[in-house]
Design a protein around this ligand. Sequence first.
Ligand SMILES: [Zn+2]
Length: 323
Amino acid sequence: MWNVIGHKRAVSALQRALETNRLPHALLFTGPEGVGKTHLALELAKALNCAGEDPPCGSCIHCHQTEIDSHPDVSVVERADGKDSIVIGQVRELRDAASLRPFQGRRKVYIIAGAEGLTDQAADALLKTLEEPQPQLTMILTASEAEGLPATVVSRCRVIPLQQVETEVIAAALRAAGQDEASSARLARLSRGRVGWALRAARQPKLATQQQELAVRLADLWSLDVDGRLLLIESLTDKKDRAAVRRSLELMMILTRDLLFITQGLPPWFMGTDEADLLRSRGAGLSLREIHGRMAALKAAMERIDQNVDPRLSLEAALISAA
Ligand SMILES: [Zn+2]
């Protein structure tokens, strides 16, 4: 039984591949941060080594050790704390370990989380492993978009896209985890389809408050001139932190799309009723075309960030070109 919230299509594709013994040796899970890519990769790792009746059973020794991050054949490789990239040394280590037989399970499973962070050299080294598959090795890469990775790497992987999970599915999961009705609905809305974020926020209420405050402050964005926008962003985001800038841009995009809905007389998707009034008053006077232009500028900035362009430059370009 897969312990996954949402992502039904991806889970059934993986389940089918396992049952027919056709799981590719390399997979790439794509989707927004917090949507559950690494979690799904770990569930697949459990399924590959599970000794239970209905893999992943969640209770055998392999499932249990994978869950607590102590299975000797399952590794997650990611950016080291405070580092901007996954470096070649990490990939070499993985390649050396990959050439050994599984220690305890049937398969070795290596998960490269945030693979868009691979340096060019590291991606080259990884490519060699992907080109010469080991019989008992499954590699799972995760990235926000396939375009953020070298095409040569992507072409060696089966790409499984993960979409944002429906708000109602997340709310139901939060209720099942013991949250009350109102806070489940609120967290599900604030999570914007990122189930991992919603579950974290349920444990750490501060996350949701911060998210809401950030949204309220960002609602001011389009009523300011360019200098004002740059100052506002300066005060909200560490512009050197790629992931933080990406999150801010996503939030700006969502608020701008809500503004689009509101100006069309539709209910906002993200904002609550009070905040929607705020957004309406701040965005008053923007034409449909101007709103579309701002959305295009934000989208372009997110794409640049995913292609490893400097986050500060990408962000500033979006705010300036939307003037
Ligand atoms: Zn199991």
